[in-house]
Design a protein around this ligand. Structure first.
Ligand SMILES: [Fe+2]
Length: 178
């Protein structure tokens, strides 16, 4: 049984503000892709969907005076994965998430991109690979995935369906082990 659902996360004002900033549609699409990859790779879909849903929660707004996104400043100064890991962790703990799950989710967010890190090779675990891959599969040229839109009802429905899928997956796993 999960302490925290995707819908709990989505309905919290912190997620409302920051997940929406970088594109709610992209967050939900990435969570759905992460669910499928997690089932395929036998990784906990609860962790994968939560990390994927919040992977961009740390974005700052790099707007120029003309209101457009300044990609050069963004690329040079961005640390959204670091901020996102911390913000998601704080939100999860506030909502009553299990501490070990909150840590794994935060780490997967921290490592979902290496764009802010010095050159090098990271050895990602499977959960971290899933979140990075799910994000990559839902990216569009010029960051257009951040501007996709979704209405309130559709977002609620999609997250409710995904919560149900995660719970059904967990129920089957519990049957197998009991
Ligand atoms: Fe993303």
């Amino acid at each position: 049984m999960r302490n925290v659902t995707l819908l709990d996360i989505y309905t919290h004002p912190v997620a409302r503000k920051f997940v929406t900033r970088s594109g709610l549609r992209h967050a939900i699409d990435t969570a759905n892709t992460a669910y499928n990859l997690a089932v395929e790779m036998d990784v906990d879909p609860d962790l994968a969907t939560k990390a994927a849903f919040m992977h961009d929660i740390g974005h700052y707004t790099w707007y120029r005076e003309d209101g457009k996104w300044d990609f050069d400043r963004y690329k040079e100064n961005d640390i959204h994965a670091i901020k996102g890991a911390e913000r998601a962790h704080k939100l999860l703990i506030r909502l009553g998430e299990d501490r070990s799950k909150a840590k794994e989710i935060a780490l997967a967010i921290l490592l979902h991109t290496d764009s802010y890190l010095p050159e090098g090779t990271l050895a990602l675990n499977q959960l971290q690979q899933i979140v990075a891959k799910a994000d990559e599969l839902n990216e569009q040229p010029n960051g257009n995935h951040h501007y996709l839109t979704i209405n309130e009802n559709e977002a609620n429905d999609l997250l409710t369906q995904l919560d149900q899928k995660v719970e059904e997956y967990e129920a089957v796993g519990q049957k197998k082990t009991s």
